[in-house]
Write a protein that binds this ligand. Structure first.
Ligand code: NAD
Length: 504
């Protein structure tokens, strides 16, 4: 039996703050791509270093007092300090390597010795809420493209993308919400089945021509449709271009950042690949790099024929350039191209989780937002769509992009709802690492900043220290693991609205 998050109001800990973090940890495994190996998403993004670490974290959360802080180093609990009750209950640092050594070779060596792990952005700090986590970001990208290139609507437009994993699995639903016909190429059929079962994908096929027929029909009828094609993206993208088929929008969200465990090379069975990763990792990296370069060449070809092409935050251009695709950076990054105007106004992804497990709690908060933020077009549009389309996965949750001030307003209102018994239980808020000031990644988040400060990494660290000094319940400093090693630094936080004055 897999691990799932406890629901209801019974505590196994010395307070709701501890119970909240324990439930979030469990919820990550409940929604994980590979729970047996503690892998939540993003190829090898894990909740804990290993099972002994996981169980020790659970034991610690059950035992710590309000004035203690559990310290976690790359997924391994290393101590509990007496602090004070306004200090975080958990602080952690994950995947950090000293600059000169921060590369994927060193990371994999340390990973093989079980000395480190990668936490992704939301796995290591237990903030993952299923494929919903990134869906509004992808939806807002599509909306921005619609406004910029297609007179405001993607109805009848063809989106080609790849990856139906933990986060990438949100793409088909984001495409449908934006009104498009979206084809997502995925090499692992089990992943497509999971997205169909969880309501993120409508149908699948192994046949390219069948997929294209379905897409064409949907385009002609202006009907939103999502199709999963079980195949390798490198092969399909090249074939489509050779056949003269140019989609309107093309991207990719396979785990391209990780050539060893993430991106699957062409012409290899998944079981054989698993073996080869153990026996000859360098061969895997070389073959994955070659296939990925072929895919990025196809992306550039599509772009040259007028398709709107973008990198959706998986380091695919960086990898392709290392494998000889000189023009890889002609493809824009989604942040700079589409979302920076939101980040510039401190609007970013903000999540909340109903710890009671009661979906009604999320509905009540949805109604509050529609009522109180009725003038805010982004929130108004998104919450209506999310309520209609986004399935419940694990503990009921919602993501919405809110601005500075708006987040506080919502959180205070929710804390009061908890105090007044309007909600069935406390609510945990988490702020994404991918937020203004919370991430340095010169090929994703901070690419082409106007003052050229792309690589300066002080901001996420300042961010984490500020969060630690202002009553966050969990604070995490993450660096890139796998192929992201040396490319990024980020910080995330969790705050539990348990209805107390202290939380307010
Ligand atoms: P994942 O490992 O859960 O899923 C990736 C999927 O890609 C897997 O299902 C895998 O089978 C498939 N795949 C790999 N190679 C393929 C190929 N050649 N052809 C077709 N399918 C292939 O990872 P995820 O959680 O979905 O994340 C994907 C990427 O997106 C990661 O690099 C992650 O860091 C990045 N990401 C970006 C954002 C953002 O805000 N833009 C957010 C989250 C994750």
């Amino acid at each position: 039996m897999g691990i799932s998050a406890q629901r209801g109001n019974k505590l196994r800990t010395k307070g709701w703050r501890q119970e909240a973090l324990l439930r979030l940890l469990e919820n990550n495994l409940e929604n994980a791509e590979d729970p047996e190996n503690l892998v939540v998403y993003g190829s090898i993004g894990k909740v804990a270093r290993d099972w002994p670490s996981y169980h020790a974290i659970v034991r610690s959360l059950k035992n710590i007092d309000e004035d203690e802080t559990l310290i976690i180093q790359s997924g391994k609990p290393i101590g509990i300090l007496k602090t004070h009750k306004d200090a975080p209950l958990v602080i952690m640092a994950t995947s950090n390597l000293v600059g000169h050594w921060a590369n994927s070779e060193t990371f994999y060596q340390l990973y093989d010795k079980n000395l480190t792990m990668w936490g992704g952005l939301t796995a290591g700090d237990w903030q993952y809420i299923g494929s919903q986590g990134v869906i509004q970001g992808t939806y807002e990208i599509f909306q921005s493209i619609a406004r910029k290139y297609f007179n405001g609507s993607l109805s009848g437009k063809f989106i080609l993308t790849a990856g139906l994993g933990g986060m990438s699995g949100s793409q088909p639903l984001a495409g449908v919400m934006a009104g498009a016909a979206i084809l997502t190429v995925e090499v692992d059929e089990k992943k497509a089945d999971k997205r169909i079962a969880t309501g993120f994908l409508q149908k699948k096929t192994h046949l390219l021509d069948e997929a294209l027929r379905w897409i064409k029909k949907a385009q002609l009828e202006n009907t939103p449709l999502s199709v999963g094609l079980i195949a390798n993206a490198a092969s399909v993208y090249s074939q489509l271009f050779e056949r003269g088929i140019i989609p309107d929008i093309v991207s990719d969200q396979t785990a391209a950042h990780d050539l060893l465990y993430g991106y699957v090379p062409e012409n290899i069975e998944l079981l054989e690949l698993e073996q080869l990763r153990k026996n000859d990792p360098n061969q895997v990296i070389q073959r994955a790099g070659k296939s990925l370069a072929k895919e990025v060449n196809a992306l550039l070809n599509f772009q040259s024929q007028g398709a709107v092409v973008f990198d959706n935050g998986n380091n695919i251009r960086t990898q392709a350039k290392a494998f000889g695709v000189e023009k890889a950076f002609d493809i824009p990054i989604f942040t700079e191209a589409f979302l920076r105007p939101l980040f510039e106004r401190a609007i970013g992804p903000f999540r909340w989780v109903a710890l009671s497990g009661d979906t009604h709690d999320i509905e009540i908060i949805d109604h509050y937002l529609l009522d109180v933020f009725s003038e805010n077009e982004i929130v108004n549009n998104w919450i209506k769509l999310a309520a209609k389309y986004v399935p419940v996965q694990g503990l009921p949750a919602r993501i919405a992009w809110l601005g500075h001030g708006e987040r506080t307003k919502l959180a205070l209102a929710v804390n009061q709802f908890v105090a007044d018994g309007v909600l069935s239980g406390p609510v945990a808020f988490t702020r994404d690492h991918l937020d203004a000031g919370a991430m340095t990644h010169p090929n994703i988040m901070t690419e082409n900043l106007k003052d050229g400060s792309d690589a300066i990494s002080d901001w996420p660290l300042i961010n984490a220290m500020v969060a630690s000094s202002s009553k966050s319940d969990l604070v995490a400093i993450h660096a890139g693991g796998g192929g992201y090693a040396g490319y990024m630094q980020s910080a995330g936080l969790t705050i539990v609205a348990d209805g107390t004055d202290a939380a307010a």
